[in-house]
Write a protein that binds this ligand. Structure first.
Ligand code: FAD
Ligand code: DLZ
Ligand code: SF4
Length: 502
């Protein structure tokens, strides 16, 4: 063996830069299920099962493709505790001169590999549409980074939904059409469910045994674990759900965990699907007249815009990005985030399905679990730990800017232009949860009032010095000023009672 090629659990693609650089006739691939990767977050059981099974399937695919694969299983006594320990062991065993690696997603692991006493040549991760340098070039000299402008650049660069240099339909963004509440529908499409093979059965037994204390439910595991399955799931989404993805993008419905969302991020982030291929598939559905523009533009924007943008921010801001706390929030995360046991129906739904499936869609993450933590003043690092652990698609490069930046405003406005603070009115408009809730969304204060209502005002008043000058927040403060004093006081009293009860 001349060189080793490192393939991590979220780099499961034949087109990986390190594999392209290597020579299968003399180099060997290293893949390892290790303690440190399985425990830097308190990962949901289904997330670990998905990654280990997908890794084992990918190792098989590499072998079928003529590669030698040195695979270390989690429960093998020889397996080292970390990726570095495994690279050292395999180097010793094979006498390899060098390790080829594709740059890993997280600063944590990048630093660990920099300090690892083996010779590692790091190649760029070109599975993104914009390179890290391209993003840095775009960001340079800008006072503010806004997704919308970056997204337009990406539309121009890829030509997706462009006609003669102009955006398809005349507008860049159709978000205003994408805010309809959903109705129950017996024929609502469902994400594709995949049967288990022997490899997945073995992994499920391992996770049940070794990760018994981790959060989440392992029963009813239905994720795809290889590219073929992920491709089939993508085709099903494009055909059945994409046409209504736009209309109901922000909707929530009791008992419907997925609505018209793709549920493909888990595959995309692990490398089983390619972002540009998904965008092209959606654009083709529009061109064929199979899906409307608001749906296709909305879908493409999430991947070409948001996903690329948050990755760029993560790389640009460096390892310290997640350390600040702009609003000075210091509360612990309420226990019900780990159990779903709360009387607030919206939170019970969002957290319940998260524990069951390792999945919630964007508006649940942003406007239910995210907004509640924001209003309650939970320490952003505690919120970040929860999101990184509990979602099957969570890796720090994508999770941290979303949680810390967009949702908790802990970066003071790098990712978003204002905090996503909202009272119960928003959830009531976009869902049917309030009808089944112990609390009354119409009641603003006192016992029985929806807790989001007083917390919303308490949040604004608590953070007044930091938020009042934000041009997008002025209206909210003016509304407060127009309220009579008794109501103001009742709001703040009610908020104190809610917070004391957490
Ligand atoms: P769809 O609604 O079908 O969207 C299509 C695709 O767009 C997704 O598959 C995803 O790849 C991409 N996308 C959509 N929104 C975003 C976004 N804001 N940032 C990046 N990509 C986006 N996404 C993750 O992939 N991993 C995370 O760990 C993660 N953590 C989040 C934490 C918080 C607090 C919030 C508010 C959002 C987070 N997101 C995260 C973004 C988003 O919620 C998920 O990408 C989405 O819910 C995945 O489900 P889906 O595949 O059905 O998405
Ligand atoms: C998330 C994860 C888990 C749970 N386990 C492993 C593992 O055992 N081996 C591995 O190579 N990768 C794993 N991963 C994905 C890595 O954490 C991911 O590659 C890094 O966070 C990227 O920086
Ligand atoms: Fe959530 Fe309030 Fe509605 Fe209950 S009343 S579901 S707590 S928004």
């Amino acid at each position: 063996v001349k060189r080793l090629v490192l393939v991590l659990g979220d780099q499961l693609t034949m087109d990986l830069s390190a594999l392209r650089e290597a020579d299968r006739s003399r180099d060997a691939v290293v893949m390892a299920e290790v303690h440190d990767e399985a425990s830097y977050a308190w990962h949901h059981k289904k997330k670990i099962a998905f990654i280990f099974s997908a890794m084992r399937h990918f190792a098989e695919a590499l072998r079928d493709d003529g590669w030698e694969v040195l695979y270390s299983r989690y429960d093998d006594a020889e397996t080292g505790r970390s990726i570095c320990a495994e690279l050292m062991r395999r180097t010793r065993e094979t006498g390899a001169e060098e390790v080829l690696a594709t740059r890993c997603g997280e600063w944590r692991l990048r630093e660990a590999l920099e300090n690892c006493p083996v010779k590692i040549r790091v190649l760029p991760d070109d599975r993104f549409i914009a390179s890290a340098e391209e993003f840095a070039g775009w960001a340079e000299g800008r006072k503010q980074l806004r997704m919308e402008y970056f997204y337009r650049e990406m539309r121009r660069k890829t030509g997706l939904l462009m006609e003669d240099g102009e955006p398809e339909g005349g507008e860049w963004n159709y978000d205003k059409e994408n805010r309809k509440p959903a109705e129950p529908d017996l024929f609502m499409p469902k994400p594709m469910r995949h049967a288990h093979d022997d490899i997945t059965e073995e992994v499920l037994a391992l996770v049940r045994r070794e990760f018994a204390e981790n959060p989440g439910d392992l029963n009813d595991f239905w994720f795809a674990v290889d590219r073929r399955g992920a491709r089939r799931a993508a085709s099903k989404f494009m055909k059945e759900a994409l046409p209504r993805f736009g209309d109901y993008q922000d909707a929530m419905l009791t008992g419907e965990d997925f609505l018209y969302h793709s549920v493909l991020s888990v595959y995309l982030n692990a490398g089983l699907l390619d972002p540009l291929e998904l965008c092209a598939q959606a654009a083709a559905a529009y061109a064929a007249g199979d899906a409307p523009l608001n749906a296709v533009e909305g879908y493409i924007r999430q991947i070409l815009g948001w996903r690329e943008f948050v990755r760029g921010v993560y790389d640009l801001k460096g390892p310290e990005y997640g350390e600040g706390n702009f609003l000075g929030a210091e509360r612990d995360l309420p226990d019900f985030y780990w159990t779903g046991e709360t009387e607030m129906a919206c939170l019970r739904e969002a957290i319940g399905q998260t524990l069951r499936e390792g999945y919630a869609h964007h508006i649940q993450r942003l406007m239910v679990t995210g907004t509640f933590a924001l209003l309650a003043g939970v320490r952003p690092q505690a919120v970040h730990e929860w999101y990184l652990a509990i979602y099957a698609d969570a890796y720090e490069w994508v999770e941290l800017p979303n949680t810390f930046g967009m949702s908790q405003f802990a970066d003071g406005g790098v990712v978003g232009s204002k905090p996503y603070a909202a009272s119960g009115v928003y959830i009531d408009r976009m869902s049917d949860h309030c009808a089944g809730c112990k609390y009354d969304v119409k009641q603003k204060t006192g016992e029985g009032a929806c807790p989001f209502n007083p917390l919303y005002w308490d949040f604004l008043i608590r953070n007044r010095a930091k938020l009042e000058d934000n041009p997008r927040m002025g209206q909210m403060y003016r509304t407060w000023e127009r309220m009579d004093e008794d109501r103001q006081e009742a709001s703040l009293d009610s908020a104190r009672a809610v917070l004391a009860g957490l």
